[in-house]
Write a protein that binds this ligand. Sequence first.
Ligand SMILES: [Fe+2]
Ligand SMILES: [Fe+2]
Length: 269
Amino acid sequence: MRKNIEPSALARDARFNRQTTEERFADLRDTMEIGKVDPKAEDVADRARRRMHGIFVGEIQALEGAGRTAFDFGTDEVPYELKLDMARQCWDEARHCEISIKLAEHMGGELGEYVEATTLFEAACHKDPVFRLAGVNRALEGLAIDVFTQMREFGEEMGDPILEYCEDYMLADEVTHVRMGSRWLRAVTEDDPERRAAALEFQKVVDGLFNFRGQRGEEQDAPIRLARKFRKMAGFSDGEVDHILETSLKQRAELASDRMAASILAEED
Ligand SMILES: [Fe+2]
Ligand SMILES: [Fe+2]
């Protein structure tokens, strides 16, 4: 088996429809209004299925990424216990894939119904394992904590105990995965503050992208609500959560002004 494969080498069968990271972030349809899984929206079932499909493709990539990290690095590069944690994560993510497939059926959806962006796997192919921990375990699995917390409440609100329990189960594992990221990022860079700072900077870039131009917030009806309590259980500081929030609010204001400028230009035409 080859080590350190290119992100483009990710294998998929014909059921999957890949979208590039550039396409994913150029597509604003998912931003703000229709991105929100709003119980009152007419197309709420579709919104919920789309969000859970996005989570499902993240689960497979997290499985593949954790497997890569366990395999790509020797014990001269990472502690053996880090590799064991990545192996344990594979086990969890494999279960999450199974849960997600069954949950999609339960929600009336199917595999490949929505596109798959492979940004998570791209971050999981970084040549430095510390960047993988920052970009995948902390930034993207941190996003999973936000989404699972919110979808668990959504399941409760919709009177769907299957959705609620699935989300609760996966949320517990994701808190563990983010905590692993926090722990190993700190441990591996203990004597290398520059490497730690660079990895945390990379995490901020990934977090900024996955704010989806301002979808994350802390207000009750935010399209994606930051799960501060669970993030803190997973090793985030309040300052780190505040930074994601402030960045998101800034992006939201920029998006609103971009849209206003676009509508003025359209009126002038
Ligand atoms: Fe997962
Ligand atoms: Fe995970």
